[in-house]
Design a protein around this ligand. Structure first.
Ligand SMILES: Nc1nc2c(ncn2[C@@H]2O[C@H](COP(=O)(O)OP(=O)(O)OP(=O)(O)O)[C@@H](O)[C@H]2O)c(=O)[nH]1
Ligand SMILES: [Mg+2]
Length: 374
C-alpha cells in the first residue's frame, strides 16, 4: 500500500492591527520547536521594510516575507514563499501572519489552499486574535468608538470568519471585564470558539495550541463579504513604512525610541488620527543580536518596549511601520517631525533610507472559494 505523503501544517493567525499576532506566533514557534518540530514563518504587509520580519529573524526562525499586498491578493507568492521555506528549512509547520487590515481569509486563502494544495498541507483552524481593550469598545461593551464604521466592518468580518476567536493580552484586564468581553463575543459570533490567552505571560496558551493541533479547520461556508465596504474601510487606514540610519556619539537607543513614540503619538493626536498600530525596531549596526522594539496600539495607549537594547549604540537601523485612520501624508509628516525632534534631543543624525506612505489598494483576491469542497 502506498504511504500517505507527510503533509506540512499551515497555521494562520489573523486579527486586527496590533492584536498581538507576531508575539503569539513567536510563542507558537517556541512551543513547536520545543516539541522537536521545524517551523517556518511567513510575514505579510502592503509594503516593504517590515518590523515583523526583523522581530522573527531576531528570534532565529526561518522567515519569508510577502510584501506589496495581502496573502489573498498574492496567493501565488504565498505558495512560492512556502516552497522557498521548504527548500531552506523543510518546516513541519508553516506559521502565517496576514496583514491586520485584511479579512475574508477563509474564502481567499484557507479554502483555496485546501482545495488546490490539500495534498501538501493540513489546514489548521483559523485563529483571529483580539486586543481586549479595543474589542470591548468595538463591541460597544465599553464606551469610546475607536474607528469609523467601515474600518469596523473589516474588524467585525475578521471575527465572523474565525474558527477560534482568541482574546489575547488577558494580563491587561481584570476578570470581570474579560468575562464581559467573552460573553459579548459568544453572543455576536456564535460560530467561533472563544479562547482567552496572554501571549506575554503564557496564560491559556496550551489550550489554544491544543486546539490548533487537534483538528482541521471548520468546513462552514465563508461569510459573504461586501468588497466595496471592505475596500473603503481598509483604505481609510493610512500606512507609513520608513527605514532610517541613525548615527552619533554612543546614545541610549531605548530612550530614543520611547521619545520618538511619544512625539509621534502627540503629533498624530494633534491631527486627530487614531493609531491602529505603530511599531518600530532599532537594531545596532555592530551587534546582530541586540534590538529595541516599541509598539503603540492605540492613541490612548502607552508606548511599550517589548525588546530592550542591552547597550548604547553609535549607529543602527530604525524601521518604522505606522498604521492609523487618517491621511497617509499626515502620517509621513508626523514620522519625519517626531524623528527630527527625538534625534535632535539625543544628538543623533538620521538619514532616510526609505519612506513611503499610502492607502492600501482595493483587495482583488487571486481566488475566492466560499466553500471548502467544490
Ligand atoms: N500586555 C500584553 N501585551 C501583548 C501581548 N501580546 C502582545 N502584546 C503587545 O502588543 C503589541 C502588538 O503586538 P504584535 O505582536 O506586534 O501585534 P500584531 O498583531 O502582530 O500587529 P500587526 O502586525 O501590526 O498587525 C506589542 O507591544 C506586544 O508586546 C500580551 O499577551 N499581553
Ligand atoms: Mg505583526
Amino acid at each position: 500500500m502506498k504511504a500517505e505523503p507527510v503533509k506540512a501544517e499551515y497555521v494562520m493567525v489573523g486579527g486586527f492591527l496590533g492584536a498581538g499576532k507576531t508575539t503569539a506566533l513567536l510563542r507558537v514557534a517556541e512551543h513547536l520547536t520545543a516539541q522537536g518540530k521545524r517551523v517556518g514563518l511567513i510575514t505579510n504587509d502592503q509594503s516593504s521594510g517590515l518590523v515583523d520580519t526583523t522581530l522573527v529573524d531576531a528570534h532565529g526562525y526561518p522567515v519569508e516575507e510577502i510584501t506589496g499586498g495581502c496573502f489573498c491578493c498574492r496567493f501565488n507568492s504565498l505558495t512560492a514563499a512556502a516552497e522557498r521555506l521548504t527548500e531552506a528549512a523543510r518546516p513541519d509547520v508553516f506559521l502565517a501572519e496576514p496583514v491586520g487590515s485584511c479579512t475574508d481569509l477563509r474564502a481567499t486563502v484557507q479554502y483555496p489552499l485546501r482545495r488546490l494544495y490539500g495534498d501538501n498541507y493540513r489546514i489548521a483552524p483559523l485563529s483571529v486574535l483580539v486586543d481586549p481593550l479595543r474589542a470591548l469598545r468595538v463591541l460597544g461593551a465599553e464606551p469610546g468608538r475607536p474607528f469609523s464604521s467601515k474600518v469596523l466592518y473589516v474588524y467585525r468580518t475578521q471575527l465572523e470568519e474565525a474558527d477560534l476567536i482568541v482574546i489575547n493580552k488577558a494580563d491587561l484586564l481584570e476578570p470581570s471585564r474579560l468575562a464581559r468581553l467573552e460573553q459579548a463575543l459568544h453572543a455576536e459570533y456564535p460560530d467561533g470558539e472563544v479562547l482567552t490567552v496572554s501571549a506575554r505571560t503564557g496564560a491559556g496558551l496550551d489550550r489554544w495550541f491544543a486546539r490548533i493541533a487537534a483538528a482541521d479547520m471548520d468546513a462552514r461556508p465563508a461569510p459573504a463579504v461586501d468588497y466595496d465596504t471592505y475596500a473603503e474601510g481598509e483604505a481609510l487606514l493610512g500606512w507609513c513604512n520608513a527605514t532610517f540610519h541613525l548615527a552619533g556619539a554612543p546614545f541610549d537607543g531605548n530612550a530614543l525610541v520611547i521619545a520618538l513614540a511619544r512625539a509621534l503619538r502627540t503629533a498624530l493626536a494633534a491631527d486627530r488620527i487614531e493609531i491602529a498600530h505603530c511599531k518600530m525596531t532599532l537594531a545596532p549596526d555592530e551587534d546582530g543580536n541586540d534590538l529595541a522594539a516599541i509598539n503603540v496600539v492605540g492613541s490612548d495607549r502607552e508606548p511599550e518596549l517589548s525588546h530592550r537594547l542591552l547597550d548604547d549604540l553609535a549607529a543602527g537601523e530604525l524601521i518604522v511601520n505606522l498604521r492609523g485612520e487618517g491621511d497617509p501624508a499626515a502620517l509621513g509628516r508626523a514620522v519625519a517631525g517626531a524623528l527630527a525632534a527625538a534625534t535632535a534631543a539625543h544628538g543623533v543624525r538620521a538619514d532616510t533610507i526609505h519612506l513611503e506612505h499610502f492607502r492600501p489598494a482595493r483587495p482583488e483576491p487571486t481566488h475566492r472559494m466560499a466553500t471548502m469542497e467544490v
